[in-house]
Design a protein around this ligand. Structure first.
Ligand code: ADP
Length: 301
């Protein structure tokens, strides 16, 4: 599911011990108990961006020459410091902002639709409506596309089950913890059964224990329901734990500097989190990230 055309350019030496993504990856068979998403078999891309740049009207080059191809069932993280263009890339993919140059293609025409059931967004803030129930918050995207409350009820109950909030349909957001609000936000994103879930630092504001739990629950949902996740994060550890690919980015201008394949089977658990393989991946990704940061600092002087 990965880059047929134009992988991100790398300006850094390959860290030892961790494979980089080179060729097409494949859609995993999620019915297997243990899932491996490898880079050996090709499958149709959900979207393909090639040499994409974004310059804002004020002259800021937010993203330069990004190439990426994603398949139906990948978990891809965009990792990098503030200002490296992660959110810009996400917004371009979502069609919320227009590219300045390059191409962004959706080989499967259906998937090109940004509305409807193809694509959902989860932000750092849960952005729930405080004046109404959890049920009504989750109903919103279906309501906006004309689905009645009664018709939506089974789908809403299903996503509430998925995020572990089956008994909270009638509760108001103010009665929920931060982690629970984020679960509602994820349920609202999933209720339309999107093929693609775009997540912009969704767990950044949560405490560590809640974040680890949500990481595990998100992975379980993703494995069962087969959608593409693009996950923006600052955390090396989170990106390696969750993803089958980590796209490392740097700022000024925002760009991709390296892409890593985390070729480890799912499900992933505490055993993986405490393994030497996990550590190896984290060290390699971190080294690349820090090299880019060093480059940025020296550019300042
Ligand atoms: P990240 O998500 O990695 O923190 P962003 O994609 O938000 O980075 O921003 C990348 C760069 O583009 C930053 O320098 C930011 O200030 C700039 N930028 C983002 N949005 C706009 C905008 N609407 N107008 C001008 N500059 C912007």
């Amino acid at each position: 599911m990965a880059g047929v055309a134009g992988f991100p350019r790398s300006n850094l030496a390959a860290p030892a011990g961790v494979p980089r993504l080179r060729g097409p990856t494949l859609i995993a068979d999620m019915h297997n108990t243990e899932t491996s998403i490898s880079s050996t078999t090709s499958s149709p891309a959900l979207f393909r961006m090639q040499d994409v740049s974004k310059r804002f009207p004020n002259g800021t080059l937010a993203l330069q020459g990004m190439s990426l191809e994603c398949g139906d069932h990948e978990f891809i993280s965009f990792l990098g410091p503030s200002g490296c263009g992660k959110s810009t890339a996400l917004r371009l993919i979502a069609g919320l902002s227009k590219i300045s140059s390059g191409t962004l293609e959706w080989p499967n025409r259906q998937a090109a639709a940004t509305g409807g059931r193809e694509l959902s967004f989860v932000f750092q803030e849960p952005t729930l409506m405080p004046w109404t129930s959890v049920f009504n918050n989750i109903w919103l995207p279906l309501k906006l596309s004309g689905v009645s409350r009664d018709a939506a009820a089974p789908a809403i109950q299903k996503v509430l089950d998925m995020v572990g909030l089956a008994r909270f349909a009638d509760v108001y957001p103010r009665e929920l913890s931060g982690g629970m609000k984020m679960r509602v936000s994820i349920a609202r994103a999933l209720v339309t059964q999107p093929r693609m879930l775009l997540m912009d630092e969704p767990f950044a504001a949560l405490d560590e224990m809640t974040r680890l739990k949500l990481n595990n629950d998100l992975l379980a949902i993703w494995r069962e329901h087969r959608f593409l996740v693009i996950f923006v994060t600052h955390s090396v550890y989170e990106s390696v734990y969750l993803s089958n690919r980590v796209v490392v980015m740097a700022a000024r201008p925002g760009r991709v500097i390296e892409e890593f394949q985390i070729d480890e089977p799912y499900p992933r658990s505490e055993e993986f989190r405490t393994s030497s393989r996990y550590n190896q991946h984290c060290i390699a990704v971190q080294r690349t990230l820090y090299s880019a940061l060093d480059g940025d600092e020296s550019a300042d002087h």
